[in-house]
Design a protein around this ligand. Structure first.
Ligand code: NAI
Ligand code: MG
Length: 356
């Protein structure tokens, strides 16, 4: 495994260091060789080179099989020229690696049900949803776009564009993900109103009929999906949708679990390298204090093993080690519950290591 590691800013350095210890241990246990190289991205890259995504970083990522990212940004760079903000590094690397699929599992470990915002009887039915969001198309990138004046008043528009090949490839990612889960995909659109959504739905149906008849496919309008996600998330396994709807639904799915420090993500392209990162940011308020929850990053390593290296056994090993650490009562501040043991970033990772 050739992995490019980008700790980034704030808590990024702490959580990535701990996640790499977990990767090394699980690789050693399963007799896998792992070669890593480190690269700069975000604020630390601006400080060192003047830009958030140095050419050397892009080259190192492209030369790897997978990329592990911590987080970027922080108050130090908030007043900087918007053209070279730390976040530009993130958008830039997604584009450079052509990462069109964003996978965000929203899972609630049973040990953390009290952290969840939903009613206990709803949670009891299960909260384990994977949102697959198209990441490089749709209304965020569609042309034409406009921001200006017309007939003496402010006027603006964007265009939602999807082409068949873009829909087909994201649908495939969702169907493949579903095969490794509960074999159910719900495609979310607004086909009752939007023409582009009717194209979306037709292509998803066609791809399903051609290659994925073993998967149970359903369709839902996005407004209803937003409601159903909080009303009864147990009805969903994999949800697949476009860029805009996916941005909103993936945040909603993550938020209902109640624990930002627990959730990993994967951004995938047609081929490796994929990019794996926690969904949270650089948490400047707790950076450098060994307080950050490393589990989202550790679970991102597990997603990396599963998606970039087809190492399901190794991925399962990490996930059950995390679950055991929670079962043993280890908690960082963000997921602390009465009667549990408050630990820091290092000690949490050590609990996971001990369970591998
Ligand atoms: P944030 O996710 O960094 O923090 C929000 C809150 O959650 C804070 O109170 C923080 O302490 C807590 N938190 C986050 N991760 C945690 C963890 N692993 N363990 C324990 N507590 C955790 O979001 P915020 O504060 O809006 O942004 C801070 C900086 O991060 C900004 O510069 C923002 O632009 C950047 N950011 C970067 C992202 C990325 O690199 N993918 C994503 C989101 C924000
Ligand atoms: Mg978002």
């Amino acid at each position: 495994m050739k992995i490019c590691v980008m700790p980034g800013d704030g808590i990024g350095r702490e959580i990535v260091a701990q996640a790499m210890r977990v990767l090394d241990k699980v690789a050693a246990k399963h007799g896998r060789a792992c070669e890593t190289t480190e690269a700069l991205i975000g604020g630390c890259a601006i400080d060192a080179t003047g830009v958030p995504l140095p050419a050397d970083t892009v080259a190192k990522c492209k030369d790897s099989d997978a990329v592990l990212l911590g987080a970027v940004g922080g108050p130090k760079w908030d007043t900087i020229d918007p053209a070279i903000r730390p976040e530009k590094g993130l958008l830039g690397i997604r584009k450079e690696l052509k990462l069109f699929a964003n996978l965000r599992p929203a899972t609630l470990f049973k040990q953390l049900t009290e952290a969840c915002y939903l009613r206990p009887d709803i949670v009891a039915r299960g909260l384990d949803v994977m949102v697959v969001r198209e990441l490089t198309g749709g209304i965020y990138f569609g042309e034409p776009r406009f921001d200006g004046m017309q007939d003496g008043e402010r006027f603006g528009f964007n265009t939602m564009v999807y082409r068949e090949h873009e829909i087909r490839r994201i649908a495939r990612v969702a169907f493949e993900a579903a095969r490794k889960r509960s074999s159910r995909v719900c495609s979310v659109d607004k086909a009752n109103v939007l023409d582009v959504s009717r194209v979306w739905r037709e292509v998803v149906i066609d791809e399903h009929a051609r290659n994925y008849e073993d998967i149970e496919l359903s369709h839902m309008y996005v407004d209803n999906a937003a409601m159903q996600l909080v009303r009864d998330p147990s009805q969903f396994d994999v949800m697949v949708t476009g860029n805009l709807f996916g941005d909103i639904l993936s945040d909603e799915a993550a938020a209902i679990t109640g624990s930002i420090g627990m959730l990993p993500s994967a951004s995938l392209g047609e081929a490796n390298p994929g990019l794996f990162e926690p969904i949270h940011g650089s948490a400047p308020d707790i950076a450098g204090q060994d307080k950050a929850n490393p589990l989202a990053t550790i679970l991102s390593v597990s997603m990396m093993l599963r998606h970039s290296f087809a190492m399901a056994e190794e991925a399962d090993c990490i996930e059950s080690a995390v679950e055991q650490a929670l079962e043993q009562g280890y908690r960082t501040g963000d997921i602390m519950q009465p009667g549990c043991r408050l630990v820091g970033c290092t000690e949490m990772a050590e609990a996971v290591l001990a369970n591998i």
